[in-house]
Design a protein around this ligand. Structure first.
Ligand code: AMP
Ligand code: MG
Length: 281
């Protein structure tokens, strides 16, 4: 067992039919340490993650077909950007393909909802990161009835089929739903309004969306129930503590990459012969 973890993040956080409304967003499932231990451990584990990622990259460069896709979902201020910066930021940018999904463009709206998603799937050897995803099409779209129910309802099954296909093609999928409390969101939005270096993150509609909190919770609950599969599992992440979110996602990625069981690619040349040539050169 890794230091300070009583239970690994993969089991402590795995979605298991819990009610989203009952989640203690300030909890730190599986972790026995506090903020200081969490931050120290993150620095250590970032190195492990970075080494594993390099192996994945090398694998892709030498004809391997595996990849990882991290799907991040959460309300505004849940900390998706912080995961990208502080977790993904610790690995080699060459090996990362980051995609964020906002309001669909007119062109995107002319296609089915998975069209823009398919285009951003990670290539072999890459870690793909989705900051929002196809799940918006059963979240904001459902809450605001942007399309009628007869159109969004079948999407849960379509998403499962899609993710099965993606995973069968060699992509390890990890989905993380980040939850902050309504109070913590208020605090973080206030900070965005009080600090000029944070204005750029603020959007007046973030405040309007707060009125729909129960509807979003219900929409999250449904998608956790209907799209939590073995080939694309959901993890429910209490996200009031940023240090915990970052550490937990680091552990989830380490677990996924370790599960790929990759070795360093063997030399496709005669090492002794090349050493001799080098000496002679
Ligand atoms: P942000 O992540 O803060 O840049 O905001 C992106 C915005 O795009 C959020 O308000 C999302 O709800 C919205 N968005 C993302 N995907 C969709 C979608 N498929 N349909 C409508 N709105 C979306
Ligand atoms: Mg936003």
């Amino acid at each position: 067992m890794a230091k300070h973890w009583a239970e690994p993040a993969v089991t402590a956080l795995r979605a298991n039919g819990q009610r989203v409304a009952d989640l203690d967003t300030s909890s730190t499932p599986g972790f026995t340490g506090g903020k200081r231990e969490g931050k120290e451990l993150l620095a250590e584990r970032a190195t492990v993650l970075s080494d594993l990622q390099e192996k994945l990259f090398a694998h892709g460069r030498t004809g391997g077909t595996r990849s990882v896709l991290l799907v991040l979902q959460g309300m505004d201020t849940a900390g998706k950007g912080g995961i990208v910066r502080h977790v993904i930021g610790s690995v080699d940018p060459q090996g990362v393909d980051h995609a964020s999904f906002g309001v669909p463009t007119p062109e995107e709206l002319q296609h089915d909802f998975l069209w823009r998603i398919r285009k951003r799937l990670p290539a072999h050897g890459q870690i793909g990161v989705f900051d929002r995803s196809h799940y918006e099409d059963v979240l904001v779209v459902r809450v605001h009835e942007l399309v009628p129910q007869r159109e969004w309802e079948p999407r849960y099954d379509l998403i499962n089929e899609f993710e099965r296909e993606v995973s069968e093609n060699g992509t390890m999928i990890i989905k993380v739903a980040m939850f902050v409390s309504l109070e913590e969101q208020k605090r973080r939005l206030r900070e965005r309004l009080e600090r000029p270096d944070k204005y750029w993150k603020f959007n007046p509609s973030d405040i309007s969306e707060r009125a729909y909190w129960p509807e979003y919770q219900k929409a999250y609950e449904t998608l956790l129930d209907r799209t939590n599969t073995d080939y694309a599992p959901w993890y429910v992440l209490p996200a009031d503590n940023k240090w915990y979110s970052r550490l937990a996602v680091t552990e989830l990625l380490i677990d996924a990459l370790t599960g790929l069981n990759l070795d360093w690619p063997p030399a496709d040349f005669d090492v002794a012969e090349q050493l001799r040539r080098l000496d002679e050169s």
